[in-house]
Design a protein around this ligand. Structure first.
Ligand code: SAH
Length: 220
């Protein structure tokens, strides 16, 4: 590890990251805690070195296996919406991917559980998040359609892939008063926020979205 590994240099430097944060502010992100975590998280370490110079653009980028690291704006928006109900203790993420959204959520919640269905991505995320010292994160290779019932109920659930409709297991594993943010739909997707009060679920549309599809089963 050289001295610039975490802090970055040139296109991965703090100045470049601050420009990204300004873009997110301009796009309407207001939660200072979220913006601060984005400013201090080395996104260039969550993608291939060949793409590192583009890490602090506000874009999704390929991470292999046909998947993408989420766009910073989307990560910020989803995280902010999840946190808007107050502090979160147990959170479930579906679609670890590179682990970037996981890294943003980790310092903002007590315990974070995250599942990924593609084995090579899961293995890389485990190595990366361990190396970077994210101690409150638990990762599993699993189909998120079933949630992660052993650790539920969760007061926050976030999915980074779009199902046609919300898997019933995820609704069941949402705690009373909990919040779930996820994209739904096929060609036309929208990002929605679901809140639970007892057995009543309220859905609110946040904005139009474009995510990879939520797929069943494990891919080795
Ligand atoms: N937030 C991640 C986004 C990765 S893209 C990042 O910033 O890197 C979404 C991920 O969801 C992909 O890795 C895809 O494999 C995964 N995914 C899709 N359907 C899934 C399912 N049913 N269970 C678990 N992961 C799933």
């Amino acid at each position: 590890m050289n001295e610039h590994y975490l802090t970055g240099i040139g296109m991965t430097s703090q100045r470049t990251r601050n420009r990204l944060v300004q873009r997110l502010r301009d796009a309407g992100i207001i939660n200072e805690e979220v913006l601060n975590v984005i400013a201090t998280t080395p996104r260039h370490l969550f993608i291939d070195e060949a793409l590192a110079h583009r890490a602090y653009e506000d874009n999704a980028l390929p991470i292999g296996n046909g998947q993408t690291i989420s766009q910073p704006y989307t990560v910020a928006r989803m995280t902010e919406s999840l946190l808007a109900g107050g502090p979160l203790s147990r959170v479930l993420e579906i679609g670890t991917g590179s682990g970037y959204q996981t890294a943003i959520l980790s310092p903002l919640v007590k315990t974070l559980y995250s599942v990924e269905r593609i084995e090579p991505l899961h293995i890389k995320a485990v190595e990366r998040l361990e190396t970077l010292g994210y101690g409150n994160v638990h990762l599993a290779l699993s189909d998120g359609s079933w949630g992660w019932p052993e650790h539920g109920p969760y007061d926050g659930i976030l999915a980074a892939a779009a199902p046609e409709d919300v898997p019933p297991s995820l609704l069941e594993q949402l705690a009373d008063g909990g919040r779930m943010v996820l994209p739904v739909g096929g060609e036309e997707q929208k990002l929605i926020l679901i809140t639970r009060r007892g057995d009543h679920f309220t859905r609110k549309t946040l904005e139009a979205a474009k995510f990879v599809p939520f797929l069943p089963g494990i891919q080795r």
